[in-house]
Design a protein around this ligand. Structure first.
Ligand SMILES: C[S@@+](CC[C@H](N)C(=O)[O-])C[C@H]1O[C@@H](n2cnc3c(N)ncnc32)[C@H](O)[C@@H]1O
Length: 732
């Protein structure tokens, strides 16, 4: 008989022989030994291929690329409102909210183990996390984007970037195994980051709810499950009601506390249902106040004693674990509008959740001034609600488009709150990309890690070979940072799974300068946000930045030499200085912008049905392809008629060099502040399109500045969510 008790293994001689036999033959042990050999596991546990208790502890510095203090659309620079902002419009003290672009695994680990942890603790810790991770094998990174100045203008579907696709494969590549591994590690990090009285709400669908629940029970402890909430978001009608199957109209929200007994939980009341009001609150007193009768005991003669409960003193119906009063935004926006009455909240972000849903969660599990986070923030719903409810916040997303959507949304809310005379906070946008390349290549000492590193090296070599052949360049191996040569220009290639960082380019430039070489092309799938492309030109380099198109993965296109690498965007901006004397006014006019995107469209003309149209991106233009219903003739209409059609947002920092980027690093166990050599973009004025208002201004509001030499930074975010910054020298 075998048993495992008090951490001792009891195996029969037969079993011992059996195990030895398997091990000597280098064969995996049969499943039954799992429970016999390892510690006391009496409980049900979720196990998947590759399950490991190891959690990353990498710490990457956060790089601030933009700060938005007081948002401005007009001329009113710095009204010194409240106690938070000075007269130049900059927040003077306290916590700055954070919107972080990157993979949340690295973000969470850097928050947990790095110097920012102290800042979080100084705010009383992280009190609430809401996450809504992708839970369907749907296209989470595809977006519909409207073009031009009209609200109902044409739209096209932006496909995921290569970096987003890599993340998508990491999540779903091995089906549920990889999904659970992805979420498990992140939940562990979130658990460690939460305050002792904190809570987490995880939003998920029927596809993964059962796995996530088990993973959470393991990480947080069964006893810390507070509620399994069912969000019933719709009605069994319309398109979703077709077919014979029961109509699905719910999702789950799992609520766990770090410590059940110590958690923050405010009681939530909902308005009484109409029927309830009619059935119970049916009396009106002499002053016109509505009330219901409640029996409060019995008199000595056995008659019930009634007490009045007035409606205007009643808090409402206590919320239950089934939420039926909040409608879903997508599937049927009309239902959402009819129910919530607010269309302006809809941002065309495919998985956007309603603000009222998050409002309930934030009200229930945090108090004013608390810090709230959403590490899969998408369009920024949690952040928007947190700001409106006077909470501090941290948000992160892997998609640039998500970060950009959140940026516009938060500026919109800051503006609204400012107009209403209410408090709001500054926020900053951060990258965690700067050193990711190193962490990707840097692996451990143990054998498995060594093997992994070797594999990564092999893969990297194949990748470089592929890109060089698509770029029609030849390989060179006498450089550290440069891998190829095309005619008289050298070629450097950024990593496959990460954006090209400023540091990566600085290293290339340093090496080439030492060798007296000036001509180089840098190829990358994506570029870090806030990267200043023309910085290197002023250093005497002839450096071109190109985007690697996704067709490089199409073998036939490479063989046929049909892969076009396109240049990163170009901005032209003009300073306009007016006035006399020592103080003058400076405005910036946006004069030109160009991008040259391509998106693999497949065989559109053949696949298009008669009478249908499709919007595609080809050779730097957005084109509507239409097949005539009768003649089946195909026509093409260019939708991006003006350069400004590519622009979604632009912003100005009138004095770029006045805010240095300082980061905290830990050296010899001591925290140190160091200047990275870069500056932070102070977002002092901005104009952008929203779903409702598609107009852009092309001349910024004037700012008064004293005489001097200024570096003015102009940032443009295109309709894909990619940003380009140009710095111009202005003499005043
Ligand atoms: C379901 S959506 C969230 C929608 C959001 N609740 C809202 O209201 O807009 C999931 C988001 O997770 C992001 N995401 C997926 N994997 C990620 C990762 N590893 N790190 C950070 N964000 C990730 C996606 O870009 C997507 O925006």
């Amino acid at each position: 008989m075998t048993n495992s008790k008090n951490n001792q293994i009891f195996l029969s001689d037969n079993e011992k022989r059996d195990i030895t036999k398997f091990l000597e033959a280098n064969k995996p042990l049969p499943d039954k030994y799992r429970f016999l050999l390892f510690g006391d596991k009496n409980e049900v546990e979720l196990v998947w291929n590759g399950k490991s208790n190891e959690v990353t502890n990498v710490v990457l510095p956060f790089q601030v690329i933009e700060q938005i203090d007081e948002p401005r659309e007009g001329k009113e620079f710095g009204d010194g409102r409240g106690t938070l902002f000075d007269f130049s419009g900059k927040q003077v003290a306290g916590w700055t909210n954070k919107l972080i672009w990157g993979d949340n695994k690295l973000i969470l680990s850097s928050l947990k183990n790095g110097p920012m942890r102290k800042e979080i603790e100084a705010q009383g810790g992280l009190k609430l996390i809401y996450i809504d991770p992708p839970f369907d094998v749907g296209a989470d990174f595809s977006m519909d984007i409207t073009i031009g100045d009209k609200e109902d203008g044409e739209s096209f579907t932006k496909k995921p970037s290569v970096i987003e696709e890599v993340a998508f494969r990491d999540t779903w590549g091995n089906g549920v195994d990889s999904y659970v591994a992805m979420i498990y590690e992140r939940l562990k990090l979130m658990h460690e980051l939460l305050a002792e009285n904190g809570s987490i709400y995880v939003h998920c669908g029927i596809q993964v709810n059962h796995y996530v629940r088990l993973a959470m029970e393991e990480i947080f402890g069964k006893n810390n499950l507070v509620s399994e909430i069912i969000w019933s978001y719709g009605t069994p009608s319309g398109g979703r009601a077709s077919g014979t199957k029961l109509v699905k109209i719910h999702e789950y929200i799992l609520h766990f506390a770090k410590n059940y007994d110590n958690r923050i939980e405010n009681k939530i009341y909902l308005p009484y249902a109409e029927k309830y009001l009619k059935d119970w609150f049916k009396y009106t007193d002499e002053n016109g106040r509505v009330y219901r009768q409640r029996i409060r005991g019995k008199s000595s003669d056995g008659k019930p004693i009634y007490e009045r409960q007035y409606l205007d003193e009643s808090p409402g119906e206590p919320a239950s674990t089934v939420w039926k009063d909040i409608k879903q935004i997508y599937a049927d926006p009309r239902a959402f509008k009819a129910n919530q009455g607010d269309y302006s909240e809809i941002l065309d972000y495919p998985t956007q959740k309603p603000e009222s849903l998050i409002e309930r969660i934030i009200n229930a599990s945090s108090n004013e001034g608390d810090l709230v986070a959403d590490f899969f923030c998408g369009s920024g719903t949690t952040l928007a609600v947190a700001e409106k409810l006077g909470r501090k916040w941290i948000g992160s997303d892997l998609g640039k488009f998500g970060i950009h959507t959140s940026r516009k949304r938060m500026i919109g809310i800051q503006r609204e709150l400012k107009k209403a005379g209410k408090d709001f906070r500054a926020f900053e946008i951060l990258n965690v990309g700067r050193y990711e390349r190193e962490s990707f290549l840097d692996t451990n000492n143990d054998l498995r890690a060594e093997e992994k590193a070797k594999q990564a090296e092999r893969k990297e070599k194949d990748f470089i070979k592929l890109i060089l052949s698509a770029y029609k360049a030849e390989a060179v191996d006498s450089f550290v940072n440069v891998v190829g040569k095309k005619r008289d220009r050298l070629v450097a290639i950024g990593p496959i799974n990460l954006p090209v960082s400023q540091k990566f380019i600085q290293e290339i430039v340093k090496e080439l300068k030492e060798k007296n070489i000036t001509k180089v092309d840098v190829l990358g799938f994506d570029y870090e946000m806030g990267l200043i492309f023309d910085e290197f030109v002023t250093q005497g380099m002839d450096i071109a930045f190109k985007i690697i198109p996704r067709e490089v993965f199409d073998k036939r296109a490479v063989e046929r030499g049909q892969v076009n690498f396109y240049d990163v965007a170009y901005i032209e901006a003009k300073p306009i200085v007016t006035g006399r004397g020592n103080m003058k006014e400076l405005s910036i006019e946006l004069a030109d912008f160009s991008v040259f995107y391509n998106q693999d469209n497949g065989a559109v003309e053949e696949e298009l049905k008669a009478g249908r149209s499709k919007v595609i991106i080809e050779n730097g233009q957005v084109i509507k392809v239409t097949k005539d219903k009768d003649t089946e003739l195909v026509s093409r209409e260019v939708l991006t008629k003006k350069w400004s059609d590519w622009i979604d947002y632009w912003a100005v920092d009138y004095n770029f060099a006045d805010r240095k980027e300082i980061i905290k690093v830990i050296e010899n166990d001591k925290e140190k502040e160091v200047w990275t050599g870069d500056y932070i973009f102070d977002n002092e004025w901005q104009s952008f399109r929203t779903k409702k208002n598609r107009n852009l201004e092309f001349k910024s509001a004037p700012k008064e500045l004293p005489k001097g030499d200024y570096k003015v930074a102009v940032k443009v975010v295109d309709i894909f969510g990619n940003d380009t910054t140009r710095v111009i020298d202005v003499k005043i």
